[in-house]
Design a protein around this ligand. Structure first.
Ligand code: FUB
Length: 441
C-alpha cells in the first residue's frame, strides 16, 4: 500500500444522467433527512438481465450536494425476509419514512411462489437511515394481486400515510403510531386519471401532490393530481414527465437546499428495460402551483452547496499491490506507473490481498480507477468470497484514459486480511489502482 498517488477521489462537478452508474438502480424514492443529506432508496436490477424477478436486494445512496453520491451499501436482501417467497427475488420499488427516531423501510415482496397474487408490504426498521435495518414483518391487511410500490408521506403534524397500488388501483390510509398497521383501513384514491403504479406524495405550500406512472404502453409517463387533504379526493393535473425510453417509469419528488428535483429512472446506460439507472433533473412549479414538464437532461444537475471533502480514512492501493491471474497481467503504463491489463478474459482477475478493514471492519467504499474504450465494460466484484455482482465500467473514451471510477460499498472484516477480487470477462478494462474508504461504522 502506498500513499495517495492516483486521483482516487472521483468527485464530479455535475451529476450527469444517469447519476448512478456502478450498478443498475431503479424506482428511486428520495428523502432529505435530519443530517442534511439527501438519500435515495432504490431497487436494484441485477445484471445480467433476466426480468424483474431477479431483483433481490436494496442499496441506499446519499449525497451532500446532489452531484456526488455515496453508495451506502446493501440494506436488505430477500434472504433476510423470513416470511418472503421461498425463491427470493422480487424486491421491488421501496420507500423509507422517519418517525419518532426510527427509520422505517417499506418494500413490496411476494410471500409465495405465485408472486403476483401474494404481494405484501414488508417493513424493516433502523435507528439510522442507511444501515442496521432489521425485519419487522409485513403490514397486516395490505397486499394481494398487483398491489406494489409503497410510498409513505409524513405530514407536518407527524401523522403518516401509506399509498400503494398497481394494476390501475391506488389505495391509501393513515398509518398508526407503530408505523406497522393501518388506522381505519385503506381506501381507493379518487380523481386520478390513468393510474398504473408508482404512487408518491409530497406537500408544497399546503398542497398535497400525488404523482404516479400512467399506462402508456411500454413507455409510461408520470402524471399528478393535487388535493388539500392527504387522502384526497384528488384533482387530476396532467403529465409532467414524458416517456424516458424505458418500459417502466417510476419517480419521486423532493426539495433540497431550496431547489425541487425529480428522481426517476431510464435505460440509457444498458439499453435494456430491466437494467435501469437512476437519474435526477430539476423540477419547477408555475405560479399557480402546477408542475412544469420536466426536461430530461444528459448533464443532470449542478452541485447544491459545497462539494464534499475527500474521506480522510481513504486508503489507496496501486495496481502493483495486486496479483493478477488467468490472463490478466501487471504492466507499466505510458506514464510509467503500473496498470492491470488483460482483464477481458473469462476468468481474468486481479486480487488485492491484505486490504485493511480497520479495527472494527464494517462498510467501506471499494472503487477502482480505470480506462476502457469499450462502451460499457463490466467487472465482477468479490470481497472475502461474497459476490457483489457485476460492476459497470462505462467508457472513458480510450484504453489509456484513466478517468473512470467505479465501485460499490462492501463489508470488510476487521484487520488487514481482506481479499478484494475484480474479475473480467465483459470487455477490455485496465485498472490503475483501487481505493478503499471506510464509512466509519
Ligand atoms: O422495479 C420493479 C417494478 O417496476 C416497480 O415496482 C414498478 O414501479 C416498476 O418500476
Amino acid at each position: 500500500m502506498r500513499n495517495q498517488s492516483i486521483p482516487a477521489d472521483c468527485r464530479k462537478t455535475t451529476s450527469m444522467n444517469p447519476v448512478i452508474t456502478s450498478i443498475y438502480t431503479a424506482d428511486p424514492s428520495a428523502h432529505v433527512w435530519e443530517d442534511g443529506r439527501v438519500y435515495i432508496y432504490a431497487s436494484h436490477d441485477v445484471d445480467p438481465a433476466r426480468g424483474c424477478d431477479l431483483m433481490d436486494r436494496y442499496h441506499v445512496f446519499s449525497s451532500a450536494d446532489m452531484v456526488n453520491w455515496r453508495d451506502e451499501g446493501e440494506i436488505l436482501g430477500s434472504a433476510d425476509v423470513p416470511w418472503g417467497r421461498p425463491e427470493g427475488g422480487f424486491m421491488w420499488a421501496p420507500d423509507c419514512a422517519y418517525k419518532n427516531g426510527t427509520y422505517y423501510f417499506y418494500y413490496p415482496h411476494p410471500s409465495g411462489s405465485d408472486w403476483n397474487s401474494t404481494w405484501k408490504i414488508g417493513v424493516a426498521a433502523s435507528p439510522e437511515p442507511s444501515r442496521g435495518f432489521t425485519d419487522q414483518g409485513y403490514i397486516p391487511g395490505l397486499g394481494g394481486f398487483a398491489m406494489i410500490d409503497p410510498a409513505v408521506f409524513v405530514d407536518e403534524d407527524n401523522r403518516a400515510y401509506m399509498y400503494y397500488g398497481g394494476g390501475g388501483k391506488c389505495e391509501a390510509g393513515e398509518l398508526d403510531e407503530d408505523m406497522m398497521s393501518i388506522k381505519g383501513g385503506m381506501r381507493e384514491m379518487e380523481g386520478l386519471e390513468d393510474f398504473h403504479e408508482a404512487a408518491w406524495v409530497f406537500k408544497r405550500n399546503g398542497v398535497y401532490y400525488l404523482t404516479y406512472a400512467d399506462n402508456l404502453e411500454n413507455n409510461n409517463r408520470m402524471r399528478y393530481a393535487t388535493s388539500d387533504q392527504p387522502l384526497g379526493p384528488w384533482m387530476y393535473r396532467g403529465i409532467f414527465l414524458e416517456p424516458t425510453g424505458c418500459s417502466t417509469t417510476h419517480g419521486s419528488v423532493a426539495e433540497f437546499k431550496g431547489q425541487w428535483y425529480l428522481f426517476y429512472h431510464n435505460q440509457e446506460l444498458s439499453g435494456e428495460g430491466t437494467l435501469r439507472s437512476v437519474c435526477i433533473d430539476e423540477l419547477y412549479f408555475n405560479e399557480d402551483g402546477t408542475i412544469r414538464r420536466v426536461v430530461q437532461t444528459r448533464e443532470g444537475v449542478k452541485p447544491a452547496g459545497e462539494a464534499p471533502l475527500p474521506n480522510p480514512l481513504m486508503k489507496s492501493y496501486e495496481a502493483g499491490d495486486s496479483t493478477a491471474g488467468s490472463g490478466a497481467v501487471i504492466e507499466a503504463s505510458d506514464e510509467g506507473r503500473s496498470v492491470i491489463a488483460g482483464l477481458d478474459g473469462a476468468d481474468a482477475c486481479c486480487r488485492f490481498h491484505n486490504v485493511d478493514g480497520g479495527v472494527n471492519g464494517g462498510r467501506a467504499e471499494a472503487r477502482i480507477l480505470y480506462a476502457t474504450a469499450e462502451p460499457l465494460a463490466k467487472l465482477r466484484l468479490m470481497v472475502n468470497g461474497k459476490d457483489y455482482s457485476l460492476i459497470n465500467a462505462p467508457s472513458t473514451g480510450g484504453s489509456t484514459a484513466f478517468t473512470g471510477c467505479t465501485g460499490l460499498t462492501v463489508q470488510l472484516e476487521p484487520g488487514s486480511g481482506n481479499l478484494i477480487t475484480w474479475t473480467g470477462g465483459k470487455g477490455d478494462v485496465r485498472i490503475s489502482g483501487m481505493t478503499v474508504s471506510p464509512l466509519g461504522d
